[in-house]
Design a protein around this ligand. Structure first.
Ligand code: IPE
Ligand code: IPE
Ligand code: MG
Length: 242
């Protein structure tokens, strides 16, 4: 069977891809299932798609798993998402020896439960020397919150006399954000048909290409990723030039 993978121009493969994994709730609703089963199916899709992206040779995959606004949902739903996260992290820790992918978390971790913070520390420690793709999971992440925390770090340095306001550059800001250690995404994919950014990476997407896929996240497959990358490769990226 032919695959869209063969259509991808490997010489123009994006290094850094970001995905807004949306549509778990509607996926469940369509099947008359509780929302939490949609999130469970979504977690399985994340495992699959991160392996597919790693195999393809993507270096950085940033996924939006829980936003600073998602706390507004019912306690039951937030609890279910946090439990799935515990399971996800535990599974990785259990099978760590066989894992190829490096995992880290971006977002404001202090609001997460202490046992989740422990698991995050462990997973970042276990996976830091893995040879494969970097999977950056955005948890309690908000683009504005990222910038706000970055600005506070810079203000602190100014106050301590470490830097001069006149010496603040775009790089100073980039390197104060959670994503300071890897390149901005060339492509942002959002599933579920919604066409908005919902406070995901804001500073980092200045020149990203957007691809909106109508599939609900639990239905998103390897072929969808290949197709979205092919579509991205048809774009003419001008960066303000002629
Ligand atoms: C994305 O799916 C997962 C999270 C935001 C945690 P949703 O739960 O937003 O699914 P819809 O948008 O309601 O279908
Ligand atoms: C964005 O989806 C956040 C995640 C996918 C984690 P939402 O479902 O929360 O966004 P809105 O509410 O549709 O903008
Ligand atoms: Mg949604």
């Amino acid at each position: 069977m032919s695959s869209l993978r063969d259509e991808i121009d490997m010489s123009k493969l994006p290094k850094s891809v970001a995905i807004i994994m949306d549509g778990n709730g509607r996926w469940a609703k369509k099947r008359f299932l509780p929302r939490k089963l949609g999130h469970k199916a979504g977690a399985d899709t994340l495992e699959n798609i991160s392996r597919v992206a790693d195999d393809l040779g993507i270096e950085h995959l940033t996924v939006y798993a829980f936003s600073t606004e998602n706390w507004k949902r019912t306690e039951e739903e937030v609890g279910a998402i946090m439990d799935l996260l515990r399971n996800y992290l535990d599974r990785y820790i259990r099978t760590a020896e066989k894992e190829n992918i490096k995992i880290d978390i971006i977002g404001e971790k202090n609001r997460l439960a202490p046992d989740i913070q422990d698991r995050i520390r462990r997973i970042e420690e276990i996976s830091k020397d893995k040879p494969g793709m970097n999977l950056h999971i955005a948890l309690n992440y908000g683009g504005r919150d990222d910038i706000l925390r970055g600005v506070k770090k810079i203000a602190e340095k100014v106050k301590n006399g470490e830097i001069n306001p006149d010496d603040i550059t775009e790089d100073t800001i980039s390197s104060s954000l959670d994503t300071h250690f890897y390149p901005d995404p060339e492509i942002v994919i959002r599933t579920s048909g919604e066409e908005r950014i919902s406070n995901f990476l804001l500073w980092q997407i200045a020149y990203s290409e957007f691809v909106f896929n109508s599939k609900f996240w639990p239905d998103y497959s390897a072929e969808d990723l290949y197709g979205d990358i092919c579509y991205y490769q048809t774009r003419d990226r001008r960066f303000g030039g002629r």
